[in-house]
Design a protein around this ligand. Structure first.
Ligand code: PMP
Length: 430
């Protein structure tokens, strides 16, 4: 593999620290030189298996040939125009194909943006314009982005929110259900009633937004009953139901959208990350009449749904069909879950193995006691994994969850190799 002369991770880290604000945190002191499917090589020529998929941006792996080809073809035609100024067909085709994939027996429309945070911001703008109400109910442990509105909606204070307030008003947090910690769906629904009683009447609430599986919050799965009851509650009060599928969407959980598995059709869904194999694009898809509530010119942006990102996203949709990646997502999930359960049987510190489809995580506790989250162990395991050639990522309110977001295109051999390294890490560091 080609190696840049005189580039070491240590030298680059020093340059990074001098040139880039520390607020852009880093979980690994590795600088990538090349990526291919589920493998990467760093600037020193070391190979790593990527179980983080660049934080889920890569369901189709690093540099999928079909995505690269589509982008090259697009580059040869035109690179960019703002869709609002000079429109282009790939944007329209992508919207049509996403409209057809979103759940619900009603007409849909899709808006493209660039980041997950923007998708959430725009979903809230659209919900407010449509309902002419302002309140938004979100959930404890939820993560919706790094802009001021999405930070207001995000649960965790450190490091995301600390020092950045004041935040936009009219945002309220209900309790997310968490079976492991004894929070039931009833408790969750009751917390929304408490908000209605103490903070804001339901008639002033525009939207309730929920991640079907909390991503940054620790891969906590909302039981189907929770989503069904939220749907009924929203219907009863004329509130819009939004699912934030920025992390769960685009096939990660075994269905195109995670919420499909509960049989619920939200009014709006946000997605981003894996949509375009690493090219920056996000989307809001939803009920056509709701999506049309904003006046012409109220939505969009210079780079929103760029032609290159649209071409990449269309190629990703084709790859999903050709390579049967939804089924693969379920298979990968089963393979990971079986191996991680075997690890949990050997190590009491692994207190839970959970997830949906190929979105799988383990939660670590001292002495297996769910009241004692073990973030230090999660850090030690991920550091050990890096040393042994495996990229792992932590998440969770207490930082004690290790999540796996491996490309769905990874071979079984690479999956097993990565799982073997994980098992060695637990034997060495747990
Ligand atoms: N919503 C969810 C559920 C996410 O997981 C994320 C990213 N981790 C975001 C929103 C924000 O996306 P972005 O970083 O692209 O702005």
């Amino acid at each position: 593999m080609h190696r840049e002369p005189n580039l070491t991770n240590a030298a680059l880290l020093a340059r990074r620290q001098a040139a880039i604000p520390r607020g852009v945190g880093h979980s690994h002191a590795i600088f990538i030189a090349k990526g291919e499917n589920a493998e990467i090589w760093d600037v020193e020529g070391r190979r790593f298996i990527d179980f983080a998929g660049g934080i889920a941006v890569l369901n189709t792996g690093h540099r999928h040939p079909a995505v690269i080809q589509a982008v090259k073809e697009q580059l040869d035609k035109y690179t960019h125009t703002c869709f609002q100024v000079l429109a282009y067909e790939p944007y329209v085709e992508l919207a049509e194909r996403i409209n057809a994939k979103a759940p619900g027996d009603f007409a849909k429309k899709t808006l493209f943006l660039t980041t997950g945070s923007e998708a959430v911001e725009n979903a809230i703008k659209i919900a407010r314009a449509s309902t002419r109400r302002s309140g938004v109910i979100c959930f404890s442990g939820g993560y919706h982005g790094r802009t001021l509105l999405t930070l207001a909606m995000t649960g965790k204070v450190v490091p995301y929110k600390a020092g950045f307030g004041p935040f936009p008003a009219e945002i309220f947090h209900a309790t997310f259900p968490n079976a492991l910690h004894g929070v039931t769906v009833d408790d969750s629904m009751a917390s929304i009633e408490t908000i209605f009683k103490n903070d804001i009447e339901p008639s002033r609430v525009a939207a309730i937004i929920i991640e079907p599986v909390q991503g940054e919050g620790g891969f906590v799965v909302a039981p189907p009953e929770m989503l069904q009851r939220l749907r009924a509650l929203c219907d009863a009060h004329g509130i819009l139901m939004i699912c934030d599928e920025v992390q769960t969407g685009a096939g990660r959980t075994g269905t195109w959208f995670a919420v499909e598995q509960s049989g619920v059709a939200p009014d709006l869904i946000t997605m981003a990350k894996s949509m375009a194999g690493g090219f920056p694009i996000s989307a809001v898809v939803g009920r056509a009449e709701v999506m049309d509530a904003a006046a012409p010119g109220g939505l969009g942006g210079t780079y929103a749904g760029s032609p290159i990102a649209c071409a990449a996203a269309l190629a990703v949709l084709d790859v999903f069909e050709k390579e049967n990646l939804l089924e693969r997502s379920r298979n990968v999930g089963e393979r990971l879950t079986t191996a991680l359960k075997a690890m949990a049987a050997r190590h009491a510190c692994i207190g839970d193995v959970r997830g949906m489809g190929a979105m799988v995580a383990i939660e670590l506790f001292k002495n297996g006691d769910v009241k004692q989250p073990d973030a230090d162990l999660a850090k030690r395991i991920t550091a050990e994994a890096t040393a042994r050639g495996l990229i792992l990522l932590t998440c969770g309110t207490y930082g004690n969850v290790i999540r796996i977001l491996v490309p769905l295109t990874a071979s079984d051999a690479v999956l097993d190799e990565g799982l073997g390294i994980m098992a060695d890490c637990f034997d060495a560091a747990a």
